[in-house]
Write a protein that binds this ligand. Structure first.
Ligand SMILES: C[S@@+](CC[C@H](N)C(=O)[O-])C[C@H]1O[C@@H](n2cnc3c(N)ncnc32)[C@H](O)[C@@H]1O
Length: 232
């Protein structure tokens, strides 16, 4: 996907994402309008269509990846739905999901670095504090490779970091009719790349997996590996 949807404002960035047909649903667009990326990305020019550093050796994902994820999960992020955002980082995508599921819904952001979990809560507090107050959004510190069965099953699961292999234990945490989106490492010969996979759980419980495109995410890993060589 070309990175050509930068804006000088949230609105301009969203207009370009819509024109480029990356942001494809009205509900995903409304979420990105309601949640201001600048409150989650504290570098200059927050509306650049690029991943940006948020500390702890990781990034807030690029706006085109957020727009794509919210668009393909729109049907599962209905009013009152339950969603899991694994690797919630800045909290931006979790907040967009919380907008879409509304006050009767529930979104759990799972982050394995406690300091990032605190930062995400502070970001949401400054942007959409009612999401935390009305209980539709909560952040937890946990190993997202295991999902978060306590609040499952979920209508939508988004994984924001690349898994070495598709975490099949997450299938059990999906509702029938639910959708999981996860970047997964693929190896061909000496080449290592990542595919974005979409996994749908059919109403009868069977699973359908589809490769969407090649992507580039930080790894879904353990804290020591992530923080190695980090100067925060
Ligand atoms: C690309 S970053 C942030 C993505 C987030 N959607 C955003 O845009 O801010 C991926 C996040 O996954 C987290 N992460 C990596 N491995 C994890 C694991 N095993 N469990 C939970 N979080 C993990 C990282 O700390 C990082 O915050």
């Amino acid at each position: 996907m070309a990175w050509h949807c930068s804006g000088s404002t949230n609105h301009e960035m969203i207009t370009k994402l819509r024109e480029a047909k990356i942001l494809t649903t009205d509900r995903a667009e409304a979420a990105m309008i309601a949640v201001d990326r600048a409150k989650y990305c504290h570098e200059s020019d927050p509306y650049l269509d690029r991943p940006r550093r948020i500390g702890y050796n990781v990034t807030i994902s690029a706006p085109h990846m957020h727009a794509h994820a919210l668009s393909i999960l729109s049907d599962q992020l209905f009013d009152g739905a339950k969603a899991l955002d694994i690797g919630s980082g800045s909290g931006y995508l979790s907040a967009c999901m919380a907008f879409m599921v509304g006050p009767r819904g529930k979104v759990i952001g799972v982050e394995h670095i406690p300091e990032l979990k605190d930062i995400s809560e502070k970001n949401v507090q400054e942007d959409c504090s009612h999401f935390l107050k009305d209980g539709r959004l909560k952040f937890v510190v946990a190993d997202g490779r295991l999902g978060y069965p306590d609040d499952g099953p979920y209508n939508a699961i988004h994984v924001g970091a690349a898994a070495e292999k598709l975490p099949e234990q997450l299938f059990d945490q999906l509702c029938p009719g639910g959708r999981l989106v996860c970047p997964v490492v693929a190896i061909e010969g000496f080449q290592r790349f990542q595919d974005l996979l979409q996994v749908d759980k059919n109403p009868d419980g069977t699973i359908k997996t589809e490769k969407l495109m090649q992507v580039s995410y930080v790894p879904l890993t353990d804290p020591n590996t992530q923080l190695r060589d980090s100067n925060v």
